[in-house]
Design a protein around this ligand. Structure first.
Ligand code: GDP
Ligand code: MN
Length: 369
């Protein structure tokens, strides 16, 4: 789960990583200007990088200018994301911009610490020889020699080295304890007064560790109510703008179904991936969820490898009975116990066919919205 900058900075502050003084605003006149010293930076809170270049970072010298710019920003879209919140911060007097990041390098089974004296730009554009890179042994953590090497590589002064070393250690503690996949400060700013402050913050928490962090619950504020419900049930569910609801097992098969659908002129409305389950309860939940998304027709594409087609069919039948679903359902069902499955489905009034093309064409005909 990716955190918004303002949330990530709250976590940074808990670990004593210095961040600018700031307020979060949802409406321009919420900002009174008393909380901060001018000039200020107005930062759109969106979950995409490169906001600066996309117009998502503005400066203001006084209250009027700040409110004007906050208002414009709150009514704008940055790289396809609607801006709902703005972070207003005291503007830093930047002398140098540094990059610090820690990510999980799966191929090395270890966290990787990255640093560069050329911060403020995308790390991918920094030449390899200007990068400081070091894998961290999880049992040892950040050892002093690593920090000395980092300071030397980035040509930091003694004072800067001291402050940045403290921040890097804190960042590693955060990465470790918060179960992060990625934590990044870009830029870590050295001000003209010699202070070191995290001007930006990126933090991604490993979804599979979220159960250990109830404090992050409810932060997925961009999900629709149905997407939230799906998440609670462990079902991959994405709302698209078409009218045909697609349910398949496995992301690959779901994508292939959507492709086939658009090839024949149909439009996917909801993408629902059952994964490897043939648990009738979960299948039932999925169908009920699909019903509430109100597609014109439900297209089911099931391949039974380990998954048993008949138990999937039982879930579908149960859902249709309990949910009193009168949306037409077309099923292409193939694999283990397919004959049994087709019988169950046909008895429930569902069109059950053998090929994906047949199913797709039938769904388009029945949907017709
Ligand atoms: P990003 O574009 O989404 O990565 O947003 P950042 O928060 O990293 O800001 C982009 C750039 O805006 C930074 O690299 C800085 O050059 C500039 N910037 C952001 N905050 C400040 C600030 O407080 N003072 C100054 N002078 N520049 C800033
Ligand atoms: Mn940045």
């Amino acid at each position: 789960m990716k955190l918004y900058e303002y949330k990530a900075k709250e976590v940074f502050a808990k670990y004593n990583i210095p961040v600018p003084k700031s307020v979060v605003v949802l409406e321009a006149d919420e900002f009174k200007g008393e909380e901060l010293d001018f000039p200020v930076v107005i930062k759109s809170q969106v979950l995409v990088g490169g906001r600066g270049k996309a117009g998502g970072i503005k400066f203001a010298d006084d209250l009027n200018e700040a409110r004007e710019r906050i208002d414009v920003m709150l009514n704008s879209t940055i790289k396809g994301c609607k801006v709902k919140k703005v972070l207003v911060e005291e503007k830093l007097d930047i002398e140098k911009e540094i990059y610090i990041g820690i990510t999980l390098d799966r191929s090395a089974s270890a966290p990787l610490l990255l640093a560069s004296a050329e911060g403020g730009v995308e790390i991918e554009t920094v030449p390899e020889e200007k990068l400081f890179k070091k894998h961290i042994t999880p049992f040892l953590g950040i050892q002093p020699f690593i920090l000395r090497n980092l300071s030397a590589k980035l040509r930091l002064s003694k004072e800067e080295g001291k402050k940045i070393s403290k921040i890097v250690s804190a960042l590693y503690a955060l990465f470790d304890r918060e179960d992060a996949e990625l934590v990044e400060i870009n830029p870590l700013v050295i001000t003209s007064q010699g202070e070191v402050i995290a001007a930006d913050a990126k933090l991604i928490i490993d979804n599979d560790a979220l159960f250990r962090h109830p404090e992050y619950e409810g932060l997925d504020e961009d999900l629709t109510p149905l997407e939230k419900r799906a998440k609670q049930k462990g079902i991959a569910f994405i709302q698209l703008d078409g009218d045909i609801g697609v349910i398949a097992n496995g992301a690959g098969l779901t994508m292939a179904t959507l492709d086939n659908l658009s090839f024949h002129g149909g439009k996917g409305g909801v993408f629902l991936d059952l994964g490897g389950t043939d648990d009738p309860e979960k299948v039932k939940e999925a169908i009920l969820l699909m019903k509430d998304a109100e597609p014109s027709v439900i297209l089911l594409n099931i391949f039974g490898g380990i998954t048993k087609c008949d138990t999937v069919a039982i879930g579908v039948k149960d859902a249709i009975e309990i949910g009193k679903i009168d949306i037409p359902v077309v099923a292409r069902i193939k694999g283990l116990n397919e004959e049994k499955a087709k019988k169950i489905l046909r008895n429930a009034g569902i069109v059950a066919v053998d090929t994906i093309e047949q199913a797709v064409k039938e769904a388009i005909t029945l949907g017709g919205r």
